[in-house]
Ligand binder design. Structure first.
Ligand SMILES: [Zn+2]
Length: 326
């Protein structure tokens, strides 16, 4: 009998143990851990700061991750506000906040790491692979084993402004439930991409939803506010906190979407507001040449909603202008 008791105690201890980069975080503790990931060519250390709060009460573990793409700043501001306003100090469970995953991209105003690789196409990563692959490896080995759920905060890239939306594989009921709990304007059915964090984490039984709001290198208040409100609703849904903002309008589920592209090069004017409902063949905008020779109308291929708009005023033929979903 005594032997059994001992084994049981050891198992309980293991469950309670949480270490990130060799540093232990005990129940009831809040810690900031600077994880050294690499060095700049100058010899300057590159650390990824990770903020962890472990409640004394048992509950799920939630990752709040931003800046995987270094130029997508709305997410960085969302996680900063969560830390600043102490919203991560939950009543139950654990919250891990990483405001900037891609330090290299952040200081270079770039989506990728310096070798041009995208971290979110480099999972599960490798300790000896490319820089992007090493950052992915760190996340998979030091963070993902400690979590049950995650929210990965992104924005549109290259002047594409995404209306606040959550991307999930809707076939998975648990993913869909999280997206509904987040409660932002649109839920986009988004199959897993190879080598993405979402897919690799799912293989380990972890559910990560992706929030997209606004555009790269621009802070947008509505996208930031929506991201914070959605995060609080997910925490409430997971019984980690008592209160959360009400959902103003049930999210619209988008199962099918397509990009409307420029049929000619020139100046692009958009006529519609991001997120608005449109009819099939409704005029969305206009592309014209700078010399007054032609004006081409851009029409919606389907009845649905505008879920993203290209804010670039100068476009080439084939450029994506409006993302329309139904
Ligand atoms: Zn992104």
């Amino acid at each position: 009998m005594p032997i059994n008791v001992e084994i049981h105690l050891i198992e309980v201890d293991k469950q309670n143990e949480m270490k990130i980069a060799g540093e232990e975080i005990r129940k009831g503790e809040t810690k900031k851990i600077d994880v050294n990931i690499a060095k700049l060519p100058s010899g300057t250390s590159i650390d990824i700061p990770v903020m962890v709060h472990r409640s004394k009460n048992p509950g799920p573990s939630l990752l709040l991750l931003a800046g995987m793409h270094g130029d997508e700043i709305n997410g960085v501001e969302i996680v900063r506000r969560i830390i600043r306003e102490k919203l991560y100090r939950v009543n139950a469970g654990t919250v891990i906040c990483i405001p900037i995953m891609n330090i290299y991209g952040f200081i270079n105003f770039s989506r990728d790491v310096p070798d041009g690789k995208d971290i979110n196409r480099s999972f599960p990563g490798s300790k000896t692979g490319s820089l992007a692959s090493q950052v992915a490896f760190f996340l998979m080995h030091e963070i993902i084993p400690h979590i049950d759920y995650g929210i990965d905060f992104h924005t549109g890239g290259a002047r594409i402004n995404n209306s606040p939306q959550v991307r999930v594989k809707t076939e998975d009921p648990e993913n869909l439930e999280l997206a509904k709990a987040f409660g932002t304007k649109f839920i986009i059915n988004s199959p897993f991409r190879d080598k993405s964090l979402r897919k690799e984490a799912f293989r380990q039984g972890k559910r990560i939803i992706v929030y997209e709001g606004g555009e790269s290198l621009r802070l947008r208040k509505n996208a930031i506010d929506e991201g914070i409100a959605g995060m609080l609703r997910v925490m409430h849904h997971l019984k980690m906190r008592d209160e959360a903002p009400m959902i103003e309008k049930e999210p619209t589920l988008i199962m099918k979407s397509s990009w409307v592209r420029a049929k000619s090069a020139g100046l692009h004017y958009g006529f519609q507001r991001n997120g608005s409902a449109v009819e099939q063949k409704e005029v969305l905008g206009r592309v014209c040449d700078p010399y007054g020779t032609y004006e081409v109308q851009i029409k919606s291929p389907l009845t649905g909603h505008i879920i993203a708009i290209n804010n670039n005023p100068v476009v080439n033929r084939g450029d994506a202008l409006f993302h329309v979903g139904s």
